[in-house]
Design a protein around this ligand. Sequence first.
Ligand code: ZN
Length: 428
Amino acid sequence: MRYSQLFGKTRKEPPKDAQIASHKLLVQGGFVHQTAAGIYSYLPLGFYVLWKVDAIIRDELARRGVQHMVMPFVHPVSLWKETGRREKMDDILATFDAAHGGEYLLAPTHEETVTDLARTFIESYRDLPVIVNQNQWKYRDELRVSGGLLRTREFLMQDAYSFDKDEEGMSQSFELMSEAYHDIFDRIGLDIIVVRADSGTMGGSNSEEFMVVSDVGEDTVFVCEECNEGINAEAGENDNKCPKCKKALKEKKAIELGHVFQLGTCYAESMGANFNDEDGKSKPLHMGCFGIGISRVIAAIAEASHDDKGIVWPESVAPFNAHIVTIGDSEEVVEMAEDVYDELWDMGIETLLDDRDASAGEKLADADLIGVPHRIVVSAKSIKAGGVEYKSRNSKDAKVVPKEEIMDCITPGVLDEVREILGDNLGI
Ligand SMILES: [Zn+2]
């Protein structure tokens, strides 16, 4: 991609209402644009990040046998009356009357829709267990929104639903998803704490929140600095000790990014989602639900990984792997930049080439703001010194390397990502 043709531009000033770093930087960097209050367009740079987070989630779930599908964003209100949530969630539901008749709503979540599918397609214990997933847009009609992508009305969510024949199966699906979430956040590069809520009846935890400690978070958690165990606010206030190692807990602000939940049979019972068990009896399905706020993850990464110049994207979710900046427009500079650009794309390195007729200062500032992990500067000076100038976004030091060696600077990080996806069978 050539920066001169990129749809969406960096901005000098942050939005007036922006209070937090991720909001400022994602708008200034040209990643997102607010179309209406709490409703965002993802411009190409922002969409590439979204796409990569989405792909990591799909990969970790698919390798565990979770099946991907997509349910509608518009639901008939009648489905929501079956569970009583039409009334219960009234304050955040956006409903409308269709021109041809019928009342509909914009989905804030999908338990009703997936339970309707389950009662249609699951007949017998032989169909179980099953976990289905979608990465789908949601809408919550919140009165007030602020904080950029941290708190929006419309947002992209990964939401998976498990169906099992009994509590034991439900708890196994829960463990599988919880493990997947650890691996997902690991690959995304976020340092997660897990806050458990124990249920007396099931012997294990029936709900876990995946959170990242951040000063701009809206939740309060108590974290053990010894073993990183997280405790929710109520439990932490009662007994200021870590349940694992008995060390003192520290109060912190956190952003909730994911939630895994054992729902039991409540949805199946209210909607009549039953299956025939081995003993010939009809029984309600045991259900679990598992969600990650993908839009919010992007804000959390920008919060966790930035400096005063811009975002520092982790390799795994960066909009591009490499960013070439030309300084000057002499024939030798343009030729070398184009050579490196073609070669990197040929090697599978997604590369942005800043070919604009702009000052060196402006181009380098934009490169820092956008935060691509590997920066390559091509100038008359670098050519005279023997090649191109390489700098990693998270290091202060730049070095000049012959252009043939630029791949050696970039690939270790990129290859880690490829290995992650393909396993060790790659032989590299
Ligand atoms: Zn501890």
